[in-house]
Design a protein around this ligand. Structure first.
Ligand code: GDP
Length: 302
């Protein structure tokens, strides 16, 4: 069994390659839920949705969110009615979010709701929300905290930010399924997801760092030089007081990481890091990176 810690873009790109080397039933993915929001009466869990859609073979891999070929009739109708739906939600995508909201309001945990949705979509991998407790990433701009989605989607990341916090501030418990998936895996892979908004929320869940310290962990950097491959990871690292680079990422993970992978074009030096081509611009490149990582894990496990 292999377990990954994932956000909604960088790690799913690697997962696309990992799936080519091992059966889905041998993969568990612990997924960030700190970007979740209730919107238009439904429950959006963007990273869980991306991972589920990838395994179901319906993910839009141009954007790495939403369902390929989806329509936006309801979103447009809601805007015409004057609602403030600032995230463009596709019609089929919305159906999943409504179904999840229905399960949650009828008392199911997020883990149970995700299991039910995965079963309905024929998914064989384990898709595990990091926690069943609500938690949100908030960023501070001009002295006020706003939800990460407000910053990144509504404001398109164009407002200055100078602090990041999780609400509530006390760490939520990881689920038992999450701890078991980490402890029982042959190895754990932290894909190149945004450290501050995707991976740290998982690491902050009670019990996760301790479990990782007992495991063989491979972590892949989402940075090349002083910038991420895409998205706001650099601004968030700076707002959190870390270097926006592979070195800053390694410092966040070093207490439990056995093998740190950075891109072979990266100008930043991380002590002891392995250099690979991590730019997953095609399915073939995702597959190649996954194969190298599997070989490194096999060498360790021999
Ligand atoms: P989010 O939930 O949509 O923010 O997605 P993630 O946190 O999973 O991933 C975002 C990170 O993926 C960004 O910081 C990017 O730098 C990184 N990323 C995207 N594509 C690639 C790639 O091909 N290679 C590497 N190494 N990182 C990537």
């Amino acid at each position: 069994m292999i377990t990954l810690l994932s956000g909604g873009t960088g790690t799913p790109k690697l997962l696309r390659g990992i799936r080519c080397h091992t059966g889905d039933q041998k993969i568990n993915v612990v997924v960030n839920t700190a970007e979740d929001v209730w919107i238009s009466g439904a429950h959006l869990s963007p990273d869980i949705d991306t991972v589920m859609y990838l395994f179901a073979g319906i993910l839009n891999t141009d954007t790495w969110w939403g369902i390929t070929g989806d329509t936006f009739l309801t979103h447009k109708a809601l805007l015409d009615l004057g609602t403030d739906e600032y995230i463009a939600i596709g019609d089929r995508d919305r159906a999943v979010q409504i179904a999840r909201a229905d399960l949650l309001t009828r008392g199911k945990s997020l883990t149970e709701a995700t299991t039910i949705l995965c079963r309905k979509m024929g998914i064989k991998a384990g898709v595990l929300p990091m926690t069943d407790s609500p938690v949100a990433t908030m960023v501070r701009s001009s002295g006020e905290y706003v939800h990460f989605q407000e910053y990144w989607v509504r404001c398109k990341g164009s407002i200055p930010i100078d602090a990041v916090k999780r609400v509530p501030e006390s760490p939520p418990p990881a689920t038992e399924d999450v701890i078991r998936a980490i402890v029982e895996a042959d190895a754990v892979i932290i894909g190149p997801s945004n450290p501050v908004t995707s991976i740290l929320p998982i690491l902050e869940c009670q019990g996760v760092r301790e479990a990782l310290r007992e495991q063989y962990v491979v972590a892949v950097s989402p940075f090349i030089g002083q910038a991420p491959f895409s998205g706001p990871a650099g601004e968030l690292m700076k707002a959190k007081g870390f270097s926006p680079s592979s070195l800053g990422t390694w410092e966040l993970y070093r207490d439990f990481t056995d093998l740190f992978v950075q891109d072979d074009r990266d100008t930043v030096t991380v002590p002891g890091a392995t250099r690979l081509d991590t730019m997953m611009t095609s399915e073939k490149k995702s597959k190649d990176l996954a194969e190298w990582i599997f070989q490194l894990i096999e060498v360790h496990n021999r």
